[in-house]
Design a protein around this ligand. Structure first.
Ligand SMILES: [Zn+2]
Length: 258
């Protein structure tokens, strides 16, 4: 008898497959001359509702990621090929969608050569949703079961104008990178994407590191539905939110809040 698979996001019976991360993030033949980055892509069973392929969420994610400066060269080639085509096809509506409050700016690149770019606040909530789906997908792919709980997303590439937010982010990044040093990197096309699972911590939180194009890091923390922040951490957050000066020491590094 054939095993009935259920969706990576819910308990519905799976009727289709979803690529994690989305297939469009992987450069294709017409841009790099071969299909090596499209071999052995990861898929998970999905219901109709949770299959993003048909929505424009995948394209949104592609444009957002490839547009972030500091990518490796594959990300760059990708942004010059498929991403550019997608942007042109949508006559720049796509870029406008990626950023909230966007405005057009002329950027001088060299000797009076200008390019039109759009700057603005990234649509953080929508990006978070995309990464949430990827995190649930990777969990399913790795453990062969659905994660029944909540996932919190931290995007390392977002720059926060609030110093406290930036500090929180630094703590998380330093901690994740320290703890993932010796962990195996999974992914057949690591230049495009790989992931690492960290050991579960003392509160039962499981952290997943996602890395795109060698540079863009996103951390997903899996927590059981009934998870409560431990008293000490809760108190510290409260103090910071209320403007108290709080100094956090973590592995010889000091982080100062307020
Ligand atoms: Zn579903």
């Amino acid at each position: 008898m054939k095993e009935v698979l259920t969706c990576y996001m819910c308990d519905s019976i799976a009727t289709t497959k979803e690529h994690v991360p989305p297939k469009c993030l992987f450069p294709e033949k017409k841009d790099i001359g071969n299909d090596k980055y499209r071999l052995h892509l990861m898929t998970v069973p999905s219901c109709e509702e949770h299959n993003n392929t048909k929505s424009d969420d995948d394209e949104f994610l592609m444009v957002s990621l490839a547009g972030i400066l500091g990518n490796n060269s594959i990300g760059y080639i990708h942004s010059q090929g498929k991403v550019l085509r997608a942007i042109r096809r949508s006559s720049y509506k796509l870029l406008k969608k990626v950023f909230l409050n966007s405005k057009n700016v002329k950027l001088e690149i060299k000797d009076n050569k200008f390019v039109d770019i759009i700057i603005g606040t990234p649509d953080v909530l929508r990006l978070k949703k995309s990464f949430e789906h990827i995190a649930y997908g990777i969990y399913y792919y790795h453990f062969n079961k659905r994660f029944d709980g909540i996932v919190k997303i931290f995007m390392d590439f977002i720059y926060y104008s609030k110093k406290n937010h930036q500090n929180y982010k630094d703590i998380i990044r330093d901690k994740v990178n320290f703890e993932s040093k010796d962990k195996e990197k999974f992914g057949e096309n690591k230049d495009v994407f790989y992931y690492q699972f960290l050991d579960e911590d003392e509160y039962g939180l499981l952290t997943l590191k996602l890395c795109f194009y060698g540079r863009i890091e996103v951390y997903a923390v899996f927590a059981k539905s009934d998870f409560e922040l431990p008293g000490g951490m809760y108190l510290m957050n409260k103090l910071i939110d209320n403007g108290m000066k709080v100094i956090v020491k973590e592995d010889n590094t000091t982080y100062e809040f307020n």
